[in-house]
Design a protein around this ligand. Structure first.
Ligand SMILES: C[S@@+](CC[C@H](N)C(=O)[O-])C[C@H]1O[C@@H](n2cnc3c(N)ncnc32)[C@H](O)[C@@H]1O
Length: 562
């Protein structure tokens, strides 16, 4: 895929020995010279996107890269860190009254501060939990060539968009996850729309300059804005060099920020890199019950662990047969202090069924999700969309946008579902089409896709195991009667697939993505670089809020033949 940024770097530190001859005093202890070596990062990864965001900030403030470049080598080779005036201590300092200027697509504030060492030079500071318009006190603690990482110490003056009164999560300000809780939901949706705009600006500039991009639609809301996640993975670390765990280590999620600014959070969860978390405002009710159960179990069993581990908590939904005892239908799941499988029941009034929800902890256990009247089975450790509440809305939107315009009554219609997983979009879009072909790299998921179609009484789906492009080896449906769904992983599609897709020349394409940056890159490549790409127009582009209270956005782009 053609990249628009050739200069994406992440630090990698190499060491070389400095010989005793280098010392003016002759024999001193050998010291290692550290060299900063840039490590390549995918331009569409958060580290890659940050480079574009920094470039934007520099342009808006009439600065060049050279104006904000830090002397990382000097810090790496600072052997006098104890000295108050050492280069490290000059760089890693408290800076007061810093105004936050913009927000990155990862949800952090960006600011410009003075360089403490070089007169007339500046630095770009990343300030977690800083909002545009905030005036803050920050502590710089890590230096990279083009930016410094900081902790937010105080908010001296609040941004007009800052709504700390909305915060529900007791760990807010120190845990990764519910990072946007201090924004109104409307503001969160607006920021996500802006993330999509920026992604296309960075990765599809030609589509913008040639006016080939429609206005990004407003972000579609999630029916549940809290307690929606159907999978969480708390973890714990083994203390370094410890052979046996003497005390229970913190069990929870990674730390993000050290929130002296948020006094309410100072002590909760502890201070280790993994915080001790006993409630998650994003996870569904049954997962929170599971979290309580598993924490209690861990309290008793932690000494048996020889290394750190991740605990899977995955929601499982069972359609109840009301003539039978509920407990007999639950299967295995997280158990309470009495040894009973925990569950909650929910009425699905629309489809007239009663559901039981349990929390599964075994990666290999088969679990069920219930979407819009269809049941999907898959192994608990495999991919499945994480916010069940928005799935009926998304699957309906995808279904409607796959319709081939001006179709005559009775004309056959076909569907291809590339990157189909366990068949969610294939099954939910199967009505009204003659044949659906799904393709998926995971043989396990393909086996589940086949079973899911069958169990839901869907007879027109075929699934192929292999890379997405394998599809084109055997595709026989007429292209002008065929629509294609793309739902690739974060890294997006590859060139081979995009070229073959353009050659196949389907009537419509609906591209769903959890990384709008790789989506923008792929869409520009498809339209501008493939032979038949110019015969398509982008009909619509909009976000779906799969992950309220976080910076993540799912983007859906619809292409039709002109
Ligand atoms: C974002 S998931 C989407 C799954 C499915 N559409 C759903 O909504 O449940 C991406 C899927 O692409 C699959 N995948 C990754 N690389 C692939 C490739 N090169 N070819 C085909 N499938 C691939 C993964 O195994 C995963 O199931």
């Amino acid at each position: 895929m053609s990249s628009t940024n050739k200069d994406i770097t992440e630090p990698k530190i190499e060491t070389t020995k400095r010989s005793s001859n280098d010392s003016p005093l002759g024999k001193i202890k050998k010291q290692k010279l550290k060299k900063y070596k840039a490590k390549k990062a995918d331009p569409t990864s958060p580290a890659g996107v940050l480079q574009f965001e920094i470039a934007d900030l520099l342009k808006d403030n009439n600065l060049t890269k050279e104006c904000v470049t830090n002397d990382v080598s000097a810090i790496l080779n600072d052997f006098n860190k104890e000295d108050q005036n050492s280069i490290t201590n000059q760089y890693h300092r408290i800076v007061k009254d810093v105004e936050i200027l913009t927000l990155t697509s990862s949800g952090d504030g960006l600011a410009i501060i003075e360089n403490p060492v070089k007169n007339d030079q500046k630095q770009i500071a990343i300030v977690p939990f800083g909002l545009p318009g905030d005036v803050t006190n920050i502590r710089v603690f890590k230096t990279h060539p083009l930016f410094v990482e900081t902790d937010l110490l105080d908010v001296v003056k609040k941004s007009p968009i800052r709504r700390d009164d909305l915060i529900k999560d007791k760990y807010f300000g120190k845990v990764s996850g519910s990072q946007f809780e201090f924004l109104t939901y409307e503001k969160q949706l607006e920021i996500k729309q802006n993330t999509i705009n920026n992604a296309y600006k960075y990765f599809a500039p030609r589509l913008i300059s040639e006016k080939l991009l429609p206005t990004t639609g407003s972000t579609i809301t999630s029916p549940l804005q809290y307690y929606y996640r159907t999978k969480i993975t708390p973890h714990f670390d083994m203390p370094r060099r410890a052979k046996v765990l003497e005390e229970r280590p913190p069990l929870g999620f990674g730390q993000k920020g050290r929130p002296t600014w948020r006094k309410e959070t100072l002590e909760v969860g502890g201070h280790a890199s993994t915080l001790d978390i006993d409630e998650c405002t994003l996870a569904t009710d049954i997962l929170n019950i599971g979290l309580t159960n598993e924490r209690a179990r861990f309290e008793k069993e932690f000494k048996n662990y020889k290394k750190g581990a991740t605990i899977l908590l995955r929601e499982n939904t069972i359609i109840l047969d009301e003539s039978k005892d509920v407990k007999e239908q639950l299967g295995e799941g997280s158990r309470d202090a009495n040894g009973d499988v925990s569950y909650i029941t929910v009425d699905d009034k629309e489809n007239g069924v009663k559901l039981a929800k349990t929390c599964v902890t075994n990666q290999r256990q088969i679990v069920s999700e219930y979407v819009d009247g269809y049941t999907f089975k898959f192994t608990a450790g495999e991919f499945f969309q994480n916010n069940n509440s928005i799935l009926p809305i998304v699957t309906k939107y995808v279904r409607e946008n796959l319709q081939i315009p001006n179709s005559k009554e009775g004309e056959p219609k076909y569907l291809v579902d590339a990157y189909c997983g366990s068949g969610l979009f294939s099954v939910c879009s199967s009505k009204g089409v003659d044949k659906v072909t799904g393709v998926e790299i995971s043989a396990d998921s393909v086996a589940f896709a086949k079973k899911n179609a069958e169990a839901n009484g869907v007879k027109n789906c075929d699934f192929i195991a292999g890379k997405a492009e394998k599809l084109f080896e055997s595709i026989s449906t007429p292209n002008d009667r065929t629509s294609v769904i793309l739902d690739p992983p974060r890294k997006g599609c590859d060139e081979i697939f995009m070229k073959q897709l353009a050659e196949y020349f389907p009537a419509r394409i609906v591209y769903i993505s959890c990384n709008v940056h790789s989506q923008a890159r792929d869409i520009e490549y498809f339209i501008k670089e493939t032979e038949k790409g110019s015969h398509y127009k982008i009909e619509s582009l909009r976000g779906f809020d799969f992950f309220p209270q976080t910076h993540h956005v799912e983007s859906v782009c619809v292409l039709s033949r002109v």
